[in-house]
Design a protein around this ligand. Structure first.
Ligand code: SF4
Length: 323
């Protein structure tokens, strides 16, 4: 017997193909998408405008595999974190960050990460596996409909989550197809209907995939830069040995032809005595003259064994002033 199809693994085109295989018209696929992603419904019996015979077929052939949260905690500022079990002792994190004018969900794309950036605790854990499209979009599905249970979360409109950042665990561009499939659903009007400006993918700089994403599905782009010259970036972000800064900046400029925003966000984790000197700030200014950008200075979050420390507050302020 074939395993049941997890419908969270299907974007609009794949859902249409799945329905066509069952002899159903394309509009059935749209109805199904809306039940799942607009209404958060997971019971086929409750999908009242689908023909009974179709619902019976779905019961036999399809399922919705929900994420399993093993931890769900909310901080005093409203930030809510879920730790999601993805099997074989692995878990990924999904984080909801509420602000007055937006609700942002930070989504993971892989269990662990192979890039091994020196300042990242995920990198230190090593790589376990890629998440499926269903496991990626499932994080948004779970968070949106759990958060909707509290009417106070709906003060901004009928959706709680207004922005998604692919910035959780993993390098999204090393899990390309499932990430792009999940982002297609984020943008689909029959699913989450987010604009491309409100979906941001963050990459450590997988140059060929940045180029491909620009052609396939240009969303807002953030780049984990963290260093201003190749010698230092080779150490901090080992992927730089394959795709050095010059190639990365060229890929960013190429991407801007297609991007929904007219700048790239550069993330820069401030590491005491490593990348936070005045000379680095001046090098960063030169980079900002090559690529239209916003620079996000992030104080390092120390973890055991990293051998790194957070830049002092005054150092960050001085760096910021130079920029
Ligand atoms: S690519 Fe992202 S998740 Fe992976 S090690 Fe680097 S910072 Fe961490």
């Amino acid at each position: 017997m074939n395993p049941k199809q997890n419908l969270l693994d299907l974007d609009a085109a794949a859902m249409a193909a799945f329905c066509a295989d069952m002899g159903e018209k394309p509009f059935r696929a749209r109805q199904l998408l809306r039940w799942i992603h607009v209404n958060g419904e997971k019971s086929f019996e409750a999908m009242s405008d689908l023909a009974k015979s179709f619902r019976a077929k779905l019961l036999d052939t399809a399922q919705i595999i929900e994420p399993v949260a093993i931890k769900d905690s909310t901080a005093s500022d409203g930030t809510r974190k879920w730790l999601i079990d993805v099997g074989q002792g692995n878990a990924v994190e999904t984080v909801y960050i509420p602000e007055d004018d937006r609700g942002t969900l930070c989504v993971s794309s892989q269990a662990g990460c192979a890039v091994n950036c020196k300042f990242c605790s995920t990198g230190a854990q090593g790589f376990s596996r890629n998440l499926s499209q269903g496991e990626i979009i499932g994080q948004l599905w779970m968070a949106e409909f759990l958060l909707r249970q509290n009417p106070a979360n709906l003060s901004r409109g009928d959706r709680v989550i207004t922005n998604v950042v692919m910035m959780g665990m993993g390098e999204p561009l090393l899990n390309y197809e499932p990430v792009v499939g999940a982002m297609r659903l984020m943008l689909d009007d029959n699913a989450y209907g987010l604009s491309r400006r409100r979906v941001t993918l963050s990459t450590s700089g997988v140059v060929p995939m940045i180029e491909r994403l620009g052609r396939d599905l240009p969303v807002a782009l953030a780049v984990s830069l963290h260093a201003t010259n190749d010698a230092l970036r080779d150490e901090l972000v080992p992927l730089n040995r394959k795709y050095p800064i010059k190639e990365l900046l060229a890929a960013c400029n190429d991407y801007l032809q297609f991007a929904p925003r007219d700048f790239i966000t550069f993330e820069y984790c401030m590491l005491d005595g490593v990348n936070d000197l005045d000379t680095h700030a001046y090098e960063l200014v030169k980079i900002a003259r090559i690529v239209p950008c916003k620079i996000n200075l992030i104080p390092f979050n120390p973890f055991p064994g990293s051998g790194l420390a957070r830049s002092k507050r005054e150092r960050i302020q001085n760096f910021d002033r130079i920029l």
